[in-house]
Design a protein around this ligand. Structure first.
Ligand SMILES: [Fe+2]
Length: 135
């Protein structure tokens, strides 16, 4: 398991919190559904689901960042979203067309990205939203 939702994960925007809860569910599925014992079809299906949900969530988060006049950090945060999407697309391609079996590295990379993103970029966004709401 990657992690469980905790109240301190809240960024102060209900729609983003709902997205983050859903993404945590998908991240928890990766360990069991993207690994050495999984079929290629299952791995690809789970990676596509993650890509699609993350892509929709990032668009919502980026709109909210812009609404908060989040100019200084916006481009770095946006670039980090793109880094995840690009990597997951490559993983899907490699699982579809490559010969190597999954050794768990994909799940580890994705889990590490989310942990790092949450504790840096999303943590700064959380502060910015809280300041805007005066909380
Ligand atoms: Fe983010």
């Amino acid at each position: 398991m990657f992690t469980e939702w905790k109240p301190e994960f809240s960024v102060g925007e209900p729609i983003l919190d709902a997205d983050h809860r859903h993404l945590i569910e998908l991240l928890n599925r990766l360990s069991d559904h993207v690994g050495p014992s999984c079929s290629k079809a299952t791995i690809i299906d789970n990676l596509v689901q993650l890509y699609s949900s993350a892509n929709e969530h990032f668009a919502r988060e980026e709109t909210i960042m812009q609404a908060h006049g989040y100019s200084n950090e916006y481009i770095k945060h946006y670039a980090d979203h793109q880094r995840l999407l690009n990597e997951v697309i490559l993983m899907i391609y490699e699982h579809q067309y490559g010969s190597a079996n999954d050794n768990g590295a994909s799940t580890e990379w994705i889990h590490n990205w989310f942990h790092e993103h949450h504790t840096t970029h999303d943590a700064r966004l959380q502060l910015s939203i809280q300041e805007a709401h005066g909380t």
